[in-house]
Design a protein around this ligand. Sequence first.
Ligand code: GLP
Length: 241
Amino acid sequence: MEIIIFDTAAQLDEYGANYFVNTVKQKSNAVLGLATGSTPIGIYNKLVEKYKQKEVSFSGVTTYNLDEYAGLPEGSDQSYAYYMNQHLFSHIDIASNQTHLPNGNASDLHAACKEYDAMLEKQPIDVQLLGIGHNGHIGFNEPAEGLQGGTHLVELKAETREANARFFSSIDEVPTHAITMGVGSILKAKTVMLVARGADKADIIKEALTGPITTKVPASLLQTHPNVIVLLDREAGRWLA
Ligand code: GLP
């Protein structure tokens, strides 16, 4: 596991974006695993900048997002599909049929999970971008006695709904369920890039990266992956430096 602690957010974003740009330059049909939340926004902004400067083309790239809320109204601006269009897809040259998110509006959510896994099976992820929740969740894989390998429907923990309530007008609007890639699918990515920012992530980062490997801290399972890069700002990395 390679851990890099950056002095500034701009340096972290530049490094993260360059990693993706280099991946796509080396493999024009790369499969990228993408994430939402506030953490990746700076990296997406830089990717858009680099695309506009003609440093990179995404025309051959395929993307799979980690997760999506279940049951939000179609086209909701709180959906992760909306987020991805807003922050990345609508600004770069990627065809919409090459971008994938779990379908949180499917009439049969379990069937939608199976379909997602079948697609991932055919198109293994080259680089998976990941944020981390305060309780150690990755995607929406919440702390539990056991974790599921594949894509599945989850009931969100109260703390996760509270943390994500800042994107909604009230906590009652935060969905109770979501579809997420499983930890097994995440660990199948050839490279995993975990990113965290801010002092509020320092404790969980230390626990996940240096504590025991346990399903109660889903991100700790990344310790078993042979190729993980961790990008942290000074605050998130303060207990590791
Ligand atoms: C959500 C997402 C996660 C994300 C986490 C952290 O729960 N499902 O994929 O990593 O929030 O979000 P933030 O980056 O806003 O701290």
